[in-house]
Design a protein around this ligand. Sequence first.
Ligand SMILES: CC(C)(COP(=O)(O)OP(=O)(O)OC[C@H]1O[C@@H](n2cnc3c(N)ncnc32)[C@H](O)[C@@H]1OP(=O)(O)O)[C@@H](O)C(=O)NCCC(=O)NCCS
Length: 172
Amino acid sequence: MVISVRTARVEDAPTLAAAERETARTPGLLRSLPSEISDAIFADRITALEAPGHKSRYIVAVDRYDAIVAGHALLEPMPLSQSAHIFRLTIVVHPGHTDRGIGRILMNDLIAWARQDLRVEKIELLVRATNERAIHLYRTCGFVEEGRLRRALKRVDDGAYVDDIAMALFTK
Ligand SMILES: CC(C)(COP(=O)(O)OP(=O)(O)OC[C@H]1O[C@@H](n2cnc3c(N)ncnc32)[C@H](O)[C@@H]1OP(=O)(O)O)[C@@H](O)C(=O)NCCC(=O)NCCS
């Protein structure tokens, strides 16, 4: 499997949204429920990348053999001026494509981009405390734990609470 990385395009929106909806069917991975994930949210976010002066990096991983989009990841600045040096990371490798190194490829791309972009001083993320695969990936990419948000999620399937772990990487 050979993976290439390119910038997300607006025509990717339905694929990315569908993958997140499918991922969200497994409790304890994403914050959103499937019903809270719409194609339009993805299309709007990707379209915003075309605005002059945009700061985010939104990438997709493509399997070069069959051109299937197998994952996506986003770094976007916090909205307020005094925290705009901090970028928030989101990553989802699509169902059926996990555990093949795609997450690490996406993380390496975003971190390399962040290190050479003067605007990015710190990357932050929140990960469910039960998501051991994701935590392993983030730790091995250099992220450290900054705190724990207790009972951050209350699962709709069984009412169980899940903590979030706040993790961060300083890029400068
Ligand atoms: C988490 C996610 C981004 C990781 O991407 P991926 O392509 O599956 O992961 P990779 O194949 O690049 O790497 C997985 C690593 O985790 C390890 N791993 C797998 N399962 C694990 C587990 N249960 N506990 C600890 N480590 C685990 C693998 O051994 C590998 O480590 P290595 O590279 O040091 O050998 C991806 O699985 C995903 O999107 N999952 C669903 C959505 C999600 O959880 N998103 C993150 C929300 S914060």
